[in-house]
Design a protein around this ligand. Structure first.
Ligand code: FES
Length: 160
C-alpha cells in the first residue's frame, strides 16, 4: 500500500477512534466500525486505537485476534462464507467446505494466493430451512449443492 492510500485510512481510523473514545466499552464497536469501513483492521492502527481508548496495545491486539470475525489483513475481492452450523452440516456443508477449500485454494480465514477469495466459516446465516447456505459478499445463497457452489465460483471468475 502506498502512502497516498495509507493516509485516508489512518485519517478515517483517527476519526473513528475520536468518535468512540468517550463511550464505555467502546473497543468492540470501534473495531466493528473500522472493519465495516475498511474491510479489515490494519495492524498499523493498533497503536492509535490503544492510545485513543487508553488501553495497552496488547489488549487491543488480544481482542482483534480473539474474535475470528476481525481481519488483520485486507480481504480477497470476494468474501465467501460457508455456514458450518448444525442444520447446514446435516445437509452437507462439510463436503461443501472441503470443496470450497479445494476450489478457492485457501483455508479458513485465509485469502487465496491470487487475492480473489477469502474463505470464512460462519455459524448460521438464518437460512436453516434451506440448508446448506453460503454468503458471497452481501448475497445469500440457499440449498447450495456442490454443483451450485462450483457454478457460483465459475461465475465470479468469469466476471473478474
Ligand atoms: S445453520 Fe446454516 S443457515 Fe442456519
Amino acid at each position: 500500500m502506498d502512502s497516498t492510500q495509507a493516509l485516508p485510512d489512518q485519517a478515517l481510523i483517527d476519526q473513528l477512534v475520536q468518535h468512540h473514545a468517550q463511550e464505555p466499552g467502546s473497543l468492540l464497536p470501534l473495531l466493528h466500525d473500522i472493519q465495516d469501513r475498511l474491510g479489515f483492521i490494519p495492524a498499523s492502527s493498533v497503536a492509535s486505537i490503544a492510545e485513543g481508548l487508553n488501553l495497552s496495545r496488547a489488549e487491543v491486539h488480544g481482542v482483534i485476534t480473539y474474535y475470528h470475525h476481525f481481519r488483520s489483513t485486507a480481504p480477497g475481492k470476494h468474501v465467501i462464507q460457508v455456514c458450518r452450523a448444525e442444520a447446514c452440516q446435516s445437509c452437507g456443508s462439510e463436503e461443501l467446505w472441503a470443496l470450497a477449500e479445494k476450489l478457492l485454494g485457501c483455508k479458513a480465514h485465509e485469502n487465496s494466493a491470487n487475492g480473489m477469495y477469502s474463505l470464512e466459516p460462519v455459524y448460521c446465516l438464518g437460512l436453516c430451512a434451506s440448508s446448506p447456505a453460503i454468503q458471497i459478499g452481501d448475497t445469500l445463497h440457499a440449498r447450495v449443492s456442490e454443483a451450485k457452489f462450483t457454478r457460483l465460483v465459475q461465475a465470479l471468475e468469469s466476471t473478474s
